[in-house]
Design a protein around this ligand. Structure first.
Ligand SMILES: C[S@@+](CC[C@H](N)C(=O)[O-])C[C@H]1O[C@@H](n2cnc3c(N)ncnc32)[C@H](O)[C@@H]1O
Length: 313
């Protein structure tokens, strides 16, 4: 099937969670495409989907139509050569009443090759909603590889969950080739950066945290260095500063200390990611940052994290 003019060759299928404002930015940064309200992004690249937190599949576009019948005709005409295939289906709208098995069977019957339901060599995915039926080939999918870091030997109540730490790193890679985390705690961010082969270093002014993060990094045989240092004196240069600021009941930090950390950070890296317990975008602007975006990410406890992404120029 030939691609209409100017049409992106790939589709990213994202999770749909309206409360999580990171889903769209992660997809945009990793694929170059913005998900629509159904979680589908047309994009130029899907190579980074395996590292994603919120993108389920990367598909190669094959055909799309306004009805199942029309899609089946298009698939028939395409004469897909796909020995050992399987057809799967994602229903994007609850309002669309369909018989999933019937829809999958009709599309499968339009493919001239032999299917293999148990161990397919090739997987097709039907995306369906009212007046829109699309078929793509699953080229890649998320691996949830960050979950291994949930087994890190040391953690505290303020540690970032590995999925969130990865989602945040995904907002700055592959642009950022090096990351510094001056409030690195037990090293959750460093573990994700290491897994993605991004050069990184961390520091903390709590010696216990420095010890725990070093052990966590060693546990996974990664190579990041962590030092004992005060973020208010940060002087390590990198492509991006990532700081999960102290917030919550147990970790208090004064406004003037946060502002000092921002003042140091902007000198050290052109891109910044700051996680805080409230919206501090006006402080970032005062520190000299431009293009400040704020994303809210709810915690299970009802508490909200505010993720700030900012650029120096
Ligand atoms: C929210 S925790 C970071 C948690 C970390 N992202 C993790 O997953 O473990 C904030 C950390 O900032 C550290 N911290 C607070 N003020 C600091 C400062 N001025 N310099 C360096 N570290 C600081 C605390 O010791 C704490 O470990």
């Amino acid at each position: 099937m030939s691609l209409p003019n100017n049409r992106a060759p790939y589709l990213a299928v994202c999770i749909r969670d309206p409360r999580n404002e990171l889903v769209g930015p992660e997809c945009e940064n990793l694929t170059g495409g913005s998900p629509d309200s159904f979680g589908i992004a047309r994009c130029q690249s899907i190579v980074r989907v395996p590292a994603a937190c919120y993108i389920r599949y990367g598909l190669k576009w094959i055909a799309e139509a306004s009805s199942l019948g029309e899609l089946v005709s298009m698939v028939q005409a395409a004469e897909l050569d796909a020995d050992g295939f399987r057809v799967e289906l994602v229903r994007l709208s609850k309002r669309l009443e369909i018989d999933r098995w019937e829809a999958m069977r009709r599309v499968a019957d339009a493919i001239p090759s032999d299917p293999n339901m148990k161990s397919p060599k090739c997987r097709f995915l039907i995306l369906s909603r009212e007046n829109w039926w699309c078929l793509g080939e699953i080229i890649t999918e998320q691996t949830h590889d960050y979950r291994i870091h949930d087994q890190k030997p040391h953690r505290t109540s303020s540690s970032l969950p590995s999925q969130l730490a990865r989602a945040l790193i995904n907002l700055v890679v592959p642009g950022a080739k090096s990351i510094v985390d001056p409030c690195s705690g037990v090293g959750s961010v460093l573990l994700e950066a290491c897994a993605l082969n991004v050069a990184c270093s961390g520091s903390d002014y709590n010696r216990r945290m420095v010890g725990m993060s070093r052990k966590n990094i060693q546990h996974f045989s990664y190579g990041a260095s962590v030092s004992f240092a005060d973020a208010r004196e940060l002087n390590t240069e990198a492509d991006a500063v990532f700081t999960d600021l102290p917030y919550g009941m147990k970790l208090m930090i004064s406004e003037s200390d946060v502002r000092r950390i921002l003042d140091r950070s902007i000198r050290c890296a052109p891109t910044a990611l700051f996680v805080a317990g409230s919206d501090i975008s006006s402080w970032l602007t005062s520190a000299g940052y431009n293009r400040v975006s704020v994303y809210r990410v709810p915690k299970q406890t009802g508490f909200m994290r505010y993720v700030h992404r900012a650029e120096r120029n």
